[in-house]
Ligand binder design. Sequence first.
Ligand code: ZN
Length: 356
Amino acid sequence: MELVCDLCGREWKMERETWRCSCGAPLRWNLLMGFDRQAIEAKDWSLWRYKAALKLPQNSKPISLGEGMTPLIPTPDKRGWLKLEFLNPTGSFKDRGASVLVTGLKAWGISEVVEDSSGNAGVALTAYSKTAEIRCRIFVPQGASEGKIAALKRFGAEIVFCSTRKEAAEKVMEAVSAGIYYASHTWHPLYLQGTKTVAYELAEQMDWELDDSWSVFIPVGNGDLLLGIRLGFQELMASKVIKSQPRLIGVQAFACAPIYAAAYNLTLPLNKTIAEGVAVTNPPRINQIISSVRETDGDIVAVSEPSILNAVDELAGLGLWVEPTGAIAWAAWIQLGKPSKSILLLTGAGWKALKP
Ligand SMILES: [Zn+2]
């Protein structure tokens, strides 16, 4: 079957309602799509060049704003490579997940969606829903950055302000019970079909030479980027496009690091962090994230608040304006002594952290 529940083992086909298992746990992709280099639509400079390798509902027509195919540039010392994900259309990698998810929702005939997000995922979903003429309501907890709220308003989101993340999640479930579709970046399997294209792009941009001598540093909160990249690399290996899987290094802010704590059997307080995009206290896919990292001989790393601020400054010194969450891969790379053959994902744009 295409999807499997890690908790109860039940298997599912990808259909309109399978955004999670009936037992309430998240689903994992069991299906590995074949990847054929000859099938790349080379003239399409977006992630849709890989359409043949994306699992989509029948009769899907891409809802696209030109997402993906972000630059990969070397660091000045040539020890690392920077993937400029903040250059996606709405300023974050979430455009990949939103483009593919909304494409699927449109094919299923869905006309109204809800989502709970304090930031980039909500902004991306709003923009792609608008393009697809799908009504979109975002439940936003207090404390979301003003720059992101300004972007939501600019793209025409219907915003419902809530006092906490918990309240936002509860209100979303009320809407879902009333029959509105939950277009969740945290839960929906189609989202990972979008984020997996980072793995494809990295392989193509590295001339198909990626292997386990490389490490990929990935900010991790809900894990929608890390798990997508893991899926993409698994598919490339199964299709013998790459020989071995690069190591995945998941990066958290130490101030709010539940995945790091679980991986190392620590009890840590969950506090506020300036890396708000990864400040997820209870990620539903935590076990999938930890096992994915371990299976690649990777690691979970946690970085301090001063090191995040320093990373933002150092990247700005290179001409790259990223938000604090988007800089934590750099902070982790410095913390580990700048190992060579490292790829760092710079996930969100600096203007997202601006006050309007
Ligand atoms: Zn289950």
